[in-house]
Design a binder for this molecule. Structure first.
Ligand code: HEC
Ligand code: HEC
Length: 307
């Protein structure tokens, strides 16, 4: 299977590789011969620290042998395995594709772990979350596939929700969690800078802070409140408690997806936000997603695997 679309890149690899090997041979031959018996052991002109001198001696034999061994190993390797351009190697080994080592190892893993995943497939998520072994398997999957964004402790990071805090963008129902994992989510918060103007964004921020009981400038908050009903309530709710169907966060609980500093909240309102949870249906399959949903669900009930 050639990865190169034109012959040029093929020879671009092959020619310098072979030329390099030949050059190494020539250089070792040259360095290991050519000192005449009279010259051997004589002092050369190099002196360090006044009395440290260099003698003209041939390279030690074992040292030379190491060079030859690595050279022959390299030639053997390039003959048997792929390496020289698109030459496949005499053994026909390949990292990908039909019958490759990767495919064989994946098939082996499926046959070993498949039945384990299947056991939980038809159990409901609450029951799976109750099972110690299932939670451990879920935790391992989580660390591999979800921790990059949600953190290995599932506490999230700015823009990536904390999955332990019982505060949900889309709801903590087992079926909803599973759907989030399978099909992904896209949270769309529009930008309001154009509609509100800079002063309007600042006033609106004061009003948003007042919803979670922070001390605010009352006049500014009152001015923000007037526009809230018309611009924001449709998604965040008239009382600011959010909307699970849209993934619009609760603004009254002082838990922030994008940090709760004035700067960050103003940024959310002025520029908008668009958090993307990628879908995992194709990538992980339904059995693993089912276990993951149970693991995430177990985090809120506090019955996660003990260390
Ligand atoms: C590329 C980063 C990324 C990866 C990988 C990722 N997530 Fe997410 N996830 C997000 C983002 C961002 C959101 C919030 C989406 C939004 O803002 O609407 C989210 C939301 C969620 C939610 C909804 C939380 C709520 O409050 O309703 C759950 C549950 C979830 N992720 C679980 C997982 C699981 C389980 C995995 C591993 C299979 C995973 N995520 C992998 C980025 C990621
Ligand atoms: C179309 C629905 C929609 C409207 C209208 C809307 N929002 Fe949002 N808002 C969202 C969504 C969805 C998110 C979460 C974005 C994400 O997941 O990345 C959000 C996020 C936010 C955040 C960040 C919250 C956090 O926890 O960090 C703030 C603050 C906010 N909105 C305030 C407002 C204000 C103020 C208005 C009115 C000017 C408004 N929103 C109008 C849907 C909306």
């Amino acid at each position: 299977m050639a990865d190169f679309t034109s012959g040029f890149w093929n020879w671009y690899i092959i020619i310098p590789t072979i030329a390099g090997i030949i050059a190494c041979f020539v250089m070792i031959r040259w360095l290991s011969s050519g000192i005449s018996p009279e010259e051997t052991g004589k002092e050369m002109d190099h002196v360090w620290d006044e009395d440290l001198v260099e003698l003209n001696n041939p390279l030690p034999r074992w040292w030379l042998m190491m060079f030859y061994i690595t050279l022959f190993f390299g030639i053997g390797y390039l003959t048997l395995y792929p390496g020289l351009g698109s030459f496949a190697g005499l053994l026909g080994w390949s990292s990908t594709g039909e019958g490759s080592q990767y495919e064989r190892e994946m098939a082996l893993a499926d046959s070993r772990f498949g039945p384990l995943f299947e056991r939980y497939r038809d159990m409901n998520i609450v029951a799976v979350a109750d099972d110690e072994q299932a939670r451990r398997m879920g935790e391992r999957l989580f660390v591999n596939y979800c921790a990059t964004c949600h953190g290995s402790d599932a506490r999230g990071a700015p823009g990536f929700p904390n999955l332990r805090d019982n505060d949900w963008l889309y709801g903590g129902d087992p079926a909803v969690i599973e759907q989030t994992i399978l099909d992904g989510r896209s949270g769309v918060m529009p930008a309001w800078e154009a509609a509100l103007g800079a002063g309007g964004v600042a006033d609106m921020t004061e009003y948003v802070f007042s919803l979670s009981g922070r001390k605010v400038d009352d006049a500014a908050a009152a001015s923000g409140k007037k526009k809230y009903a018309q611009m924001c309530a449709s998604c965040h709710g008239a009382d600011g408690t959010g909307n699970h169907a849209l993934g619009a966060p609760n603004l009254t609980d002082n838990i922030w997806l994008y940090r709760g500093s004035r700067k960050q909240v103003m940024e959310s309102i002025a520029r908008g936000r668009n958090g993307q949870m990628p879908p995992h249906r194709e990538f992980l399959g339904e059995d693993k997603s089912h276990l993951l949903a149970a693991y995430v669900y177990s985090l809120q009930t506090g019955q996660e695997a003990d260390e």
